[in-house]
Structures are given as structure tokens and as C-alpha cells.
Design a protein around this ligand. Structure first.
Ligand code: 5AD
Ligand code: SF4
Length: 438
């Protein structure tokens, strides 16, 4: 009987991809099979996120929960960003943890499971040319890492500390992986990196150096590949060349994530984002000029140290001007090893009062909800191209994402999973669009 693996994944798409890599390695090299029941697992992995303090704090209570229900002899491993960040402190604090594997070390998963009480968290480790085992389950949508780590020094962000310096994965390996996925039935590929559009700046050894725009172009020439998405790009690196390729290449989906973080130039400077609100707006206008249906997503942090009401109003003003289609918003959380954390420790700056930060977050979210309701209503009658991913037999509808990444349900009794369909929107329910085949 094969051994069972249970894996819990927190955090971003990068962590999801890392989990998929670890699953494939353990299936192929160690003969594990995946279970969704931790009680029957021989190995429990928690792939952690440390971008904000709360999930990190929850880690130890979660380990406690697993200890209560796990099979006798089952191992527990802590992987990912909190593993990088806390390292062997996790082993010291919890006797139940068998090993700790940092976010930059996932390629060592099949070795570390045979070790006792070790922490492998080297953030200089380079697995940019490691060829991971292949996931056996063919899927309509695939993910490919194009770079690891991050070279930016945003003053709030712990990621450079948990994932190390940025290294690009050689283009030929990426394209080979894309061809393999397409041959096994994948229609849509999501390219991943902390800073995808900085691709090509540094490779670990001599490789054909191309930039992100060229990579998109070469990937789009793969026959059978229908859609390309990517996340997360940095607004600073959205040059004209990139915007033209993005706009003109029909395989590149017309949805882009542009993490604004703040609408105040003063706060952007303190965050060390490298752009102004004027630059951000200029990029948005240029893209929307070329792609009117473009969907724009963003991330916003409220309550960054020193943020005044006026700074926050600048953020609200950017929301009015851009009318983001999706918005993830967070209250600033002070993270160790970041510059803003040092400013706070040295009392050069102070945290924004928690009550004020919460109130700002609510105002931002409320206004965004109103904007979405107004903008979604304009979708009625529009035609979207949808890649069908699910068939809900009970409700008799198909589910998929439009090219602009909106969730669309299609009323029909036909099972069209895998098909690319033109759909006319007839109804809007919250953020979700209902439609019919045309
Ligand atoms: N506090 C709050 N939010 C943060 N993010 C990153 N670091 C922090 C922090 N210290 C948010 C940013 C980023 C998203 C992934 O998480 O908005 O884009
Ligand atoms: Fe992803 Fe950042 Fe969280 Fe790590 S800390 S899992 S890179 S969001």
C-alpha cells in the first residue's frame, strides 16, 4: 500500500506551485499518494506564508491540532516562508515537528523526509535549474515558475528574507515545461514569480538571456496553447514594449495584476516602490487605451507607518480613477527583517492606531464593493470568451473564467469541460456573471 501525504497550503500562488512540486516529487520518488484526510496521512506538510503576522502566529496551534489527530508514527514537516523565516526555532518550540524546509529548498523534499529533526532553510540555495518531477494529473490550467526570489527592497516586505535573491529560470527550461504541459492537455498557463516582469536580469549560469516580453512572445508561439496569464508583475517594469506585446498578443489574457500598495506618493516613497501615482496612472491609461476591456487587479496596504488621512484619501482617489476589478487589501503588519520594522523598533516612526487602520480598510472595501456593483452591471449583454473548467450537474451550469479572469456561469445542460466558449452575459450576481452560450 502506498504511503499517504496530506498537505496544507497557505499564502500565494507561488506556494501553491511549490506544493504541487513537492507532491510530484513525493509521488514519483517516494511513492506517496495524496489524501485530503490528515487522520490517515503518513506525512503531514504545512506549506506556510509569513507575509503577515497572523497566519504565522497560527502555525503552532495548527501543529497542535494535527498532533491530536495524526496516526501514530506519522511525520509532520513545516515548509515554505515561515519555515525560512523561523528555521530551527520551529523545532525548538514544537517537539512534534520532524523537519523544517525553507521556501527556497523545496527541491530537497524527498531527501529531508528521511532526516530527523533538521531545518534546511538556506536562502542562497539555487534550484532554478532543478527539473522537478512531473505532476501526473493532466489539467486544463498549469503553473510555471519563471523566477525564484525577489531583488526588490520594499520596506514592508519579508519575502526577500524568506525567498532570497531573484534568479530567473532558463527560458529553454520554461518553454520545454510549457510544451510538455500543452502536450498533456493544458490550455492555459500561469507564469509565476514574485516580480515576473523583471524576468531575465540574472541567471545562475550562462543561459540564453531574454526578457519577460520576449518570453511571453516565444511562449505564445506554442501550438495548442490558448491562454497565457502571469502574476505578479511590478508596475515599475511595465515598459512600452511590454504593454504593446500584452495588448497585441491574442494569447495573453487581458487581465493584469498591478499591486499599487498606496495612492500617496509620500507613502510610496517610504515603501520604496520606485514609482509615483502619476506613473501608475499613466501605465493604466496606456493599457486601457489599447485594451478597453482590460481587467485590472491590485493589492493595497492601509495603515503603513505615518499614513495620514490625507495619504489614505490619495489611495481612495486612485480607486476612483482606476476602478480596480479585483482588490486585495490589508492592514499593515510589521514584519521582522524589514526596513519599516527597524524604523518602528528605533521609534523613528509609529504604527497607525489599529482602530483608524481598520476604519480605513472598511472604507476602502465598501467603496470598492460599490464600484464593482456599478461596473459589473455594465457587463450585461457583453460577450466573453470562457474556458470551461467545471460542470455543476445539480444546478445545470458550467463554470469558467473569462479572458479577463471573471468567474462566469453558463446555464446549459451540455457538459463542455475544456471547451473555449463564447458566452453572452445575461445576469449579474455580486462579482459573478451568469450567461448563455452564443
Ligand atoms: N503587511 C501587510 N500587507 C503586506 N503585504 C506584503 N507585506 C505586507 C505587510 N507587511 C501585501 C502586499 C502584497 C501582498 C502579497 O501582501 O499588498 O502585494
Ligand atoms: Fe507567498 Fe510571500 Fe506568503 Fe511567501 S510570504 S507564501 S512569497 S505571499
Amino acid at each position: 500500500m502506498s504511503k499517504k501525504l496530506y498537505i496544507e497550503t497557505l499564502g500565494c500562488a507561488m506556494n501553491e506551485r511549490d506544493s504541487a512540486h513537492m507532491i510530484a516529487e513525493l509521488e514519483e520518488k517516494e511513492f506517496y499518494s495524496l489524501t485530503d484526510n490528515p487522520k490517515e496521512a503518513d506525512l503531514i506538510l504545512i506549506n506556510t506564508c509569513s507575509v503577515r503576522e497572523k497566519p504565522e502566529k497560527k502555525l503552532f496551534s495548527e501543529i497542535g491540532q494535527y498532533v491530536k489527530i495524526k496516526k501514530q508514527g506519522a511525520k509532520i514537516g513545516v515548509c515554505g516562508c515561515t519555515a525560512s523565516h523561523l528555521g530551527d526555532k520551529i523545532l525548538k518550540r514544537s517537539k512534534a515537528v520532524d523537519f523544517v524546509l525553507g521556501a527556497r529548498n523545496v527541491s530537497k523534499i524527498s531527501q529531508i523526509i528521511h532526516q530527523k529533526r533538521v531545518a534546511w532553510v538556506d536562502i542562497d540555495y539555487d534550484d532554478s535549474t532543478y527539473v522537478f518531477s512531473q505532476n501526473q494529473h493532466s489539467a486544463l490550467k498549469g503553473m510555471i515558475n519563471i523566477s525564484i526570489g525577489c531583488d526588490k527592497k520594499c520596506t514592508y516586505c519579508i519575502v526577500p528574507h524568506t525567498r532570497g535573491n531573484e534568479i530567473s529560470i532558463p527560458a529553454d527550461l520554461i518553454l520545454q515545461e510549457a510544451r510538455r504541459l500543452v502536450d498533456s492537455g493544458t490550455k492555459e498557463i500561469l507564469l509565476l514569480g514574485q516580480n515576473v516582469n523583471n524576468y531575465g536580469k540574472r541567471f545562475s549560469s550562462a543561459h540564453r538571456a531574454i526578457d519577460f516580453t520576449q518570453l511571453l512572445n516565444e511562449m505564445s508561439q506554442i501550438n495548442g496553447l490558448e491562454r497565457i496569464r502571469f502574476t505578479s508583475p511590478h508596475p515599475l517594469h511595465m515598459d512600452d514594449n511590454f504593454i504593446l506585446e500584452f495588448a497585441q498578443n491574442p494569447k495573453i489574457c487581458k487581465a493584469i495584476h498591478m499591486p499599487l500598495q498606496s495612492g500617496s506618493n509620500e507613502i510610496l516613497r517610504k515603501m520604496r516602490r520606485g514609482y509615483s501615482k502619476e506613473w501608475f496612472l499613466n501605465r493604466v491609461e496606456k493599457m486601457r487605451g489599447l485594451v478597453p476591456e482590460l481587467s485590472i487587479g491590485t493589492d493595497i496596504i492601509v495603515g503603513f507607518p505615518t499614513e495620514s488621512e490625507e495619504d489614505f484619501l490619495d489611495t481612495l482617489d486612485m480607486l476612483e480613477k482606476v476602478r480596480f476589478d479585483t482588490m486585495y487589501s490589508f492592514i499593515y503588519s510589521s514584519r521582522p527583517h524589514t526596513e519599516a520594522h527597524h524604523w518602528l523598533e528605533e521609534e523613528q516612526v509609529h504604527l497607525v492606531d489599529e482602530y483608524i487602520a481598520k476604519e480605513r480598510l472598511n472604507r476602502l472595501k465598501d467603496r470598492h464593493k460599490e464600484i464593482l456593483t456599478e461596473d459589473n452591471a455594465k457587463q450585461i449583454g457583453k460577450i466573453h470568451q470562457v474556458l470551461v473548467e467545471n460542470y455543476d450537474v445539480q444546478n445545470l451550469w458550467l463554470e469558467g473564467r473569462s479572458n479577463t479572469n471573471k468567474l462566469v456561469r453558463i446555464r446549459t445542460d451540455k457538459n463542455l469541460i475544456g471547451a473555449m466558449c463564447d458566452v453572452k452575459i445575461t445576469e449579474v450576481k455580486g462579482a459573478q456573471l451568469m450567461g448563455e452560450l452564443v
